[in-house]
Write a protein that binds this ligand. Structure first.
Ligand code: SF4
Ligand code: SF4
Length: 372
């Protein structure tokens, strides 16, 4: 099982699409949902976490926050005591270089938040965040890090998706092989489906088409598949014909442990009491119940087995009127259609022996939600 381990609520940034929005715009009205405050720091004894995780031989743990690198003492103590099969971290990268190499070198995957080039990243995340994240990457590599580094982007209406992804893949400081992106649709209480819809139709989806063409041309040239997760995740399953549950894994393969030890389906569903699934002190991992996408959300959708339902959190909270969901689903449909259009070329490459089906393998549930 995959687990997100929430270790602190504190963060050293105030990104426009995250804390800045949460603190400056009122929350969407969700009258049917009770949200409980959770402690800002871990309150359970580590022995409880150790006991819970040691029963799961496949436990893969991702540190999240807040900003997890602000609690290096917790990271060190947990990694020393808790027998996980794999360690990962989601970080803004600012303090990553301050972690000792005997910690960083044990991570199999590091997801680092960076949104494209310096101008765009600093606009979203604050002055100098791009430079500091890149410096951290250079530092951990110089000190022996050899695991996967995923550029984890947030896409806003400021983002030119083609320019942003190709910058991350081709820049001179650190050309990322692994890239993931997720859209901020601007549907907090800054709800404006028409502005979002126009951006998606006129900018984002044409940019995705261009990016998909670029991805294919790199595959043809290099005979290797750049791990652009929103592409590989879908293409792999289109090639194999596999259906997918919710692609981030939340509620069936990927659970979150809150700072008080409560187990919940998704890292964003903190404090939602109706979705508390157990506690590390009393639960066995194999008994944690699955939480499917609510039935009425994607009922009758003909691409449900490919999309998987996109997001459990928004399906449960329903923070927007139906019009907002329709806009998001229109983007998902156009997106999947573009990827379906690549299949004949990929199959042709496979028949010609230029690439194998295995080249599209990817790690599921490692913090990449796949459907942006
Ligand atoms: S496209 Fe929309 S309706 Fe269809 S499965 Fe995805 S989230 Fe559900
Ligand atoms: S996509 Fe939705 S359900 Fe999945 S991790 Fe993100 S917020 Fe949670």
């Amino acid at each position: 099982m995959y687990y997100h381990l929430y270790i602190t609520d504190e963060c050293n940034l105030n990104c426009r699409y995250c804390r800045d929005k949460i603190f400056s715009i009122p929350e969407p009205d969700t009258p049917d949902i009770t949200i409980k405050d959770i402690p800002p720091e871990i309150t359970y004894p580590l022995s409880q976490l150790k006991r819970f995780i040691s029963k799961d031989p496949e436990a893969k743990i991702t540190f999240i926050g807040g900003e997890p690198t602000l609690r290096p003492e917790w990271i060190g103590a947990i990694m020393q005591d808790v027998p996980a099969a794999k360690w990962m971290i989601q970080t803004n990268g600012i303090r990553l270089k301050d972690l000792p190499s005997d910690i960083t070198n044990r991570f199999g995957t590091i997801l680092i938040s960076i949104d494209g080039n310096q101008e765009l990243t600093d606009y979203h995340r604050g002055k100098d965040t791009y430079r500091k994240a890149m410096e951290s990457i250079q530092s951990i590599i110089a000190r022996g890090y050899r695991g996967e580094l995923i550029a984890r982007m947030t896409v806003t209406r400021k983002t030119d998706i083609y320019a942003a992804v190709t910058h991350l893949a081709c820049n001179r400081i650190y050309p990322f092989r692994s890239i993931h992106w997720q859209i901020d649709a601007g549907f907090w209480s800054d709800y404006n489906p028409h502005a979002y819809g126009a951006w998606s139709k006129n900018q984002y989806i044409p940019g995705i088409q261009r990016l998909a063409d670029q991805w294919i041309s790199v595959i043809k040239q290099e005979r290797k598949v750049p791990q652009w997760y929103p592409f590989t995740g879908i293409i792999h399953d289109l090639l194999t014909g596999e259906d997918s549950l919710l692609r981030c894994g939340s509620g069936h393969a990927n659970y979150t442990i809150q700072t008080d030890g409560t187990i919940i389906p998704c890292p964003i569903m903190l404090g939602i009491k109706d979705y508390y699934l157990g506690h590390i002190n009393t639960s066995h991992y194999s008994d944690i119940k699955a939480v499917p996408i609510p039935k009425n959300h994607c009922t009758n959708c003909d691409i449900f087995s490919i999309c998987g339902g996109r997001c459990l959190y928004s399906a449960v909270i329903r923070p927007w009127p139906d019009e907002g969901f329709t806009e998001i689903c229109t983007t998902v449909r156009s997106y999947i259609k573009i990827l379906q259009g690549l299949i004949p070329q990929i199959q042709q490459m496979m028949r010609a022996g230029e690439i194998s089906a295995d080249a599209f393998d990817y790690e599921r549930y490692n913090g990449c939600e796949i459907i942006p």
